[in-house]
Ligand binder design. Structure first.
Ligand code: GLU
Length: 336
């Protein structure tokens, strides 16, 4: 993805609707908390609303206890929400309906590629380290599909416009990283809307939900920046097919926020249990300390300032975050 920072933020004409969209695969870590804090500040500082959606679609990854603790940790951090929690696991019919609409429009095809085949046959994705699908299953004949289907349940893949086709060149405005553009055919390739185990793919579920819930501002970790173009294009496509209201065709504003990384450069993940909110709270670290250190990462607080989210509202702006958008290394004593 090419990026430039010359763009200015568009003034949203409608009230901001933001969201928290955690995957309940474990306790929130500091990086999740930073994204949640900025999602809340982005919406609340603009007088907007914020929704909570629990992304528990994958039964192997989702843990109801983790979902409960996420709600509790958000509240402990001083972050509230106006609607939800909505559970994606209760919306499978909606996702199936959208996949059908894409199928009926002849935009999908069954994909039988295994993970190993995908890696062997794919070119690296320019922006997020995933792989550009090379269209291996795109033109299978009906006989080939029938023969392969006897051996393997296919995934369902969405055909994007060919490389260079203007219909597949997507421009995204990111409030932190500026203007981004991606040629879907070249930079991304056809992407999954349903996995071979029947679970709705992330891109489809998140795009449909953001459109149906009227989300106008998506704030999340920089690791998901490479999804913005796909989601922008898919949202417009779903609107064109009538799978979401025409009024929901416009993309949300995106704000991809810095990642917190361990001293060895790895992104913090839910595996770093000593930096999850369970461990932090068990050590007796107070919420204003956590919020203050996170806010300091993006220029919204002084180095040792303890502060709660509502005290940050007056000083929050995306310009400040933009000026502090480098990933942050979390060292020993970060919460000191
Ligand atoms: N559920 C995703 C996560 O927890 C975030 C999805 C999104 O914000 O688009 O990483």
């Amino acid at each position: 993805m090419e990026t430039s920072t010359t763009g200015t933020s568009p003034t949203p004409s409608s009230p901001v609707v933001g969201r928290f969209a955690p995957t309940p695969s474990g306790r929130m870590h500091l990086g999740n908390a930073l994204a949640a804090l900025l999602a809340w500040l982005g919406a609340r500082s603009a007088g907007g609303r914020i929704l909570l959606r629990i992304e528990d679609l994958d039964p192997r990854a989702a843990d109801p206890e983790a979902a409960r603790l996420i709600l509790e940790d958000l509240a402990w951090l001083g972050l509230d929400w106006d609607a939800g929690p909505t559970f994606q696991s209760e919306r499978r019919q909606l996702y199936a309906g959208a996949v059908s609409a894409l199928h009926d429009a002849d935009l999908t095809y069954p994909c039988f590629c295994t993970r190993g085949e995908l890696h062997a046959a794919s070119a690296p994705h320019a922006s997020d380290g995933t792989y550009v699908y090379q269209g291996t299953c795109r033109d299978l004949s009906a006989d080939e599909v029938a023969a392969k289907a006897r051996r393997r349940t296919p995934a369902c893949r969405l055909a994007v416009p060919a490389p260079g086709d203007p219909a597949g060149i997507v421009h995204v405005h990111d409030l932190v990283f500026g203007d981004l553009s991606e040629d879907l055919g070249r930079d991304c390739g056809d992407f999954l809307v349903q996995r071979s185990d029947g679970v709705t793919a992330y891109q489809l579920a998140v795009t449909l939900d953001d459109a149906l819930m009227g989300v106008t501002q998506v704030v999340r970790g920089r690791d998901l920046m490479g999804s913005a173009a796909r989601q922008t294009w898919l949202r417009a496509t779903l609107a064109r097919l009538g799978a979401v209201p025409a009024g929901a065709a416009a993309p949300p504003e995106f704000a991809h926020v810095p990642l917190l990384v361990a001293p060895d450069g790895r992104r913090l993940s839910k595996r770093e249990h000593d930096l999850d909110l369970g461990a932090i709270r068990a050590r007796g670290v107070p919420a204003p300390r956590v919020v203050g250190r996170l806010a300091a990462c993006v220029g919204l607080a002084e180095a040792r300032e303890d502060v709660m989210p509502d005290e940050l509202l007056a000083r929050f702006s995306w310009e400040v975050v933009r000026a502090h958008r480098g990933d942050v290394t979390v060292r020993e004593g970060f919460l000191g």
